[in-house]
Write a protein that binds this ligand. Structure first.
Ligand code: FPP
Length: 249
């Protein structure tokens, strides 16, 4: 897309944005509401950002929706989150089809409740042919479990003679990660003022620009998203090179 049709005129635009949607609980506390209401409002923010991502023609969006550590939350909150996820998937399938968005799940999805797995499998299968936009949902996701699962899969592939360790590098590792063919994120956004990655895309984020927003996730909107994109556009990504080298390349 050329700069005339780019709604926000950035120096450079991310191909892949990944978001740590944090602050639902604090938003609920602030408004004297139960935590689940914060998550419900979080879903509204998700829908706003899905639209903004389409409008900005960003090909890949990853959302950290449930981590392996989130199982430690009270059972009522986990059940409520799974119900919200179920409703979201039911409600969003027609939107994904309408806007030609491919759904991918990253994480140990086989450990999610059966009915959620069925919804995810259905949505993944029905949207598999789309190529312009991908929504990756990180569910029961953790970088450390991803790396452990990748090590096990690589070991099996070596034993089966499918992988030559002498020629093994990061590109060879990629297909063994949950993210598979999804490119590494250019921009990672974390909301709610926390400044850490919390076991999210730790390998894939090696050269990501990271943007910490003070806004609580339920309040995140098109404008705050645009602020993050503008900040990304102003950063210089050097990948270990000098500024002079980049200017001459
Ligand atoms: C962090 O807020 C958010 C989560 C653990 C879950 C994120 C889930 C949603 C936004 C809804 C489901 C998403 C989809 C895509 C269906 P927190 O509860 O940790 O907030 P706190 O740190 O303020 O307590």
């Amino acid at each position: 897309m050329n700069s005339n049709s780019n709604p926000i005129r950035l120096k450079s635009r991310p191909v892949h944005v990944a978001i740590i949607m944090d602050g639902n609980g604090r938003w609920a506390n602030k408004h004297n509401l139960p935590r689940i209401e914060g998550h419900r409002r979080g879903i509204k923010a998700v829908k706003r950002i899905l639209k903004a991502v389409r409008e900005n023609d960003i090909p890949y969006l990853t959302l950290y929706a449930f981590s392996v550590e989130n199982w430690n939350r009270p059972k009522e909150e986990i059940d409520a989150l799974m119900n919200l996820l179920n409703d979201f998937l039911t409600d969003q399938l027609k939107e994904l089809l309408r806007h030609k968005v491919r759904l991918r799940v990253i994480g140990r999805h086989q450990e999610l409740p059966r009915h959620i797995q069925e919804r995810l499998n259905e949505a993944e299968a029905k949207t598999a042919q789309f190529t312009r936009h991908t929504l990756a949902l990180a569910l029961n996701y953790g970088s450390r479990t991803e790396i452990i699962d990748a090590i096990k899969a690589v070991t099996r592939a070596v034993q089966d003679g499918e992988v030559d360790l002498n020629r093994f590098d990061y590109e060879s590792l990629r297909p063994f990660l949950y993210t598979g063919e999804i490119p590494d994120p250019d921009l990672i956004i974390r909301t709610s003022g926390e400044s850490r990655l919390s076991n999210f895309l730790m390998l894939q984020s090696a050269y990501s620009e990271i943007y910490f927003s003070p806004v609580l996730w339920p309040d995140f909107n098109e404008k705050t998203f645009q602020t993050a994109l503008n900040e990304f556009g102003s950063r210089e990504r050097r990948y270990g090179k000098t500024t002079d080298q980049l200017q001459n390349s």
